[in-house]
Structures are given as C-alpha cells and as structure tokens.
Design a protein around this ligand. Structure first.
Ligand SMILES: Nc1ncnc2c1ncn2[C@@H]1O[C@H](COP(=O)(O)OP(=O)(O)OP(=O)(O)O)[C@@H](O)[C@H]1O
Ligand SMILES: [Mg+2]
Length: 297
C-alpha cells in the first residue's frame, strides 16, 4: 500500500505559520483533492511530502516511509509543481530523454510517455513554443517516468482549457483505477468536484475538513426551518449546529443538524415549527463556509 500519512505537520517561516499541526491521510486507488484558498499552505505541505521543504515539526510518510528513506524515490512518488521549467531549445523528447537517463529508466519509456500523454506529434518541437496545456502534459510525463505509485499535482488545472481539464480528469481517473494514490491541489472546488473521491480542506495551515466528497456533500445539506419563534429557536440550535442563519423573518437556515434533531430541540423548549425542508445541497457553499469569512454564529 502506498498511501500518504501526514502527522502533526508544522512549517513556520519566521512569524508566519504556513502549516499548522496538520494531520490527514491520502488513500491509494482514489483521487484526493487538496483544497484551500490562496496562501492556505497547500504547496508548502506538498513540498514537505517530497523533502523540498523541511518541516518545523511533524512528519510525512509515503507507503510507511519518509521520502528520504525511500530507495529510489522517483519510482514511488511523482510530483508536478507549477514552476517546472524546460530548456526552451530542447524538444519534448530531449527533455524526457535527459530525465530518463538521470533516473536510469529505459529510453523506450520516453516514447511510451510521449504517446500516453498525447505529445507524440509534438515530440520533436522545441518546448519554448509549447502551450500551457502542452507544458502541463510534459510535466506530467516527466513525473511519470519512474511509473510512480503516488502522484502529487500542485494546481494541475492552472491554465488548462475545458478540453484539457476533461482530458486530465480521465487521465487521472485511469491512474487511480489502477491503484495509484493521487493528490491534486486546487483553490477552486468546482475544478476538482467532478474528479475527486476524497477531499482535504485547509485554511491558514489548519485542517478544516477531510473525508469522502459524498460525506462532505451531505454535511453541506441545509435545512430550512419555518418558525414563528425564529430568534429563540436560533439561539437554541446554534451551539449544536454547524451554521444557523436567518433566511427571512420566520425562517432559519441550519447546517449540520438533521430535521429530527431540530424538531426534538424545538419540542424540548416548547417552540413551534411550521415547516422543515431540506435545501438543495451545495458543495460550493460549504467550501465558502469553510474557507471564507463566514464563521459559526
Ligand atoms: N519560502 C517561504 N518563505 C516565507 N513564507 C512562505 C514561503 N513559502 C510559503 N510561505 C507562506 O506560507 C503560506 C502558505 O503558502 P503556500 O504557498 O503553501 O500556500 P498555497 O495554499 O499553496 O497558496 P496558493 O493557492 O496561492 O498556491 C503563505 O502565507 C506564504 O506566504
Ligand atoms: Mg500553492
């Protein structure tokens, strides 16, 4: 098994705490989205996974080992970060060939990957003229040279058009179905919503939510409560709920409590409920609730 385990990971840069006592796991055979607004600590966390950044404290293991203890790390973990650059006068084939030689991979692997990533036609062209999408594919090809079981992609959909994103989604799905561990970061939920099985949400370096996207969607389910006793009921529900807000003078929107619990809490205080309706769940709203300025009442 080659899951990722992040344990009490912390990274401080002087007064800035980029990652703050973060713990979560990423399982094999699934695509996990690593979400958080700009500056949340996603890149820093992912760089700590591959020893590009030294943690202040805490640890990361991949398949039970720390990165530095893995014998041939590029055969276990492939990583793609934004800033990867190519020599502009090298062709895609040159670029991959150099990395294949450095990693000691058979040269046949280069053409295999160019084919797999749809770069066969462009293989002889200088990378200096490559589009963003082609660069992303070449980055991905480089990370896949060692046929790694774990793939880390930092904001892979940056600069991709819808067609490129659809291609990336199905490409990653195939890798996950083959049992690989895939972690992709994004600051936009809608980009990964269609592809992720699991999500890990952070803000200011701290964990906000982790679990299957399906479970998180049901948490985001809101209940609309019609009641002439809105103020009093709101005060009673607030400590137990994730979020309570007024939705008109005689209506509350409640997240994190199911209808029967709301009814019981109201009945215990003799408060009236004239209607309970499940609101259409919105993951986007949950993400905004979690990461945005809106906080618990
Ligand atoms: N080398 C560094 N020196 C000082 N501060 C840093 C360094 N790297 C990151 N930080 C700070 O750590 C915090 C987390 O940054 P990080 O790049 O990990 O966030 P992110 O979630 O990847 O954001 P984005 O969505 O913008 O890519 C930010 O406040 C950032 O300014
Ligand atoms: Mg980043």
């Amino acid at each position: 098994m080659s899951g990722i385990e992040v344990r009490n990971l912390t990274k401080r840069y002087g007064p800035v705490t980029a990652v703050d006592d973060l713990s979560f796991t990423v399982r094999p055979g699934a695509i996990t989205a690593f979400l958080g607004p700009n500056g949340a600590g996603k890149t820093t966390t992912m760089r700590m996974m591959i020893d590009h950044v030294a943690p202040t404290s805490g640890s990361v293991t991949i398949g039970g080992r720390r990165y530095r203890d893995i014998l041939r790390p590029t055969t276990v973990v492939g990583a793609v970060f934004d800033a990867a650059s190519f020599h502009p006068f090298h062709s895609a084939r040159d670029h991959l060939g150099i990395y294949a030689a450095m990693g000691g991979y058979p040269s046949g692997r280069v053409d295999e990957l160019l084919e797999l990533l749809g770069l066969a036609e462009a293989a002889g062209r200088r990378t200096g003229g490559f589009s963003t999408g082609m660069r992303q594919r070449l980055n991905l090809a480089t990370a896949l040279l060692g046929d790694p079981r774990v793939l880390l992609l930092d904001e892979p959909s940056n600069g991709l058009d819808p067609e490129g994103m659809a291609w990336l989604r199905s490409f990653l799905r195939d890798l996950a179905d083959a049992g690989r561990t895939i972690l992709i970061s994004s600051h936009v939920l809608s980009e990964v919503q269609q592809v992720a099985d699991d999500v890990v949400v952070i803000r200011e370096g701290r964990l906000l939510a982790a679990g299957s996207l399906r479970d998180l969607s049901s948490t985001s389910q809101a209940v609309l409560v019609r009641t002439p006793d809105a103020t009093e009921l709101g005060q009673i529900l607030a400590p137990a709920a994730y979020l309570v807000e007024a939705n008109g003078p005689q209506e509350l929107r409640v997240r994190g409590l199911d209808p029967s619990r709301i009814a019981d809490l109201a009945a215990a205080r003799g408060l009236r409920i004239h209607g309970l309706t499940a609101e259409h769940p919105s993951l986007e709203q949950l993400f905004l609730d979690l990461t945005g300025e809106r906080t618990r009442p």
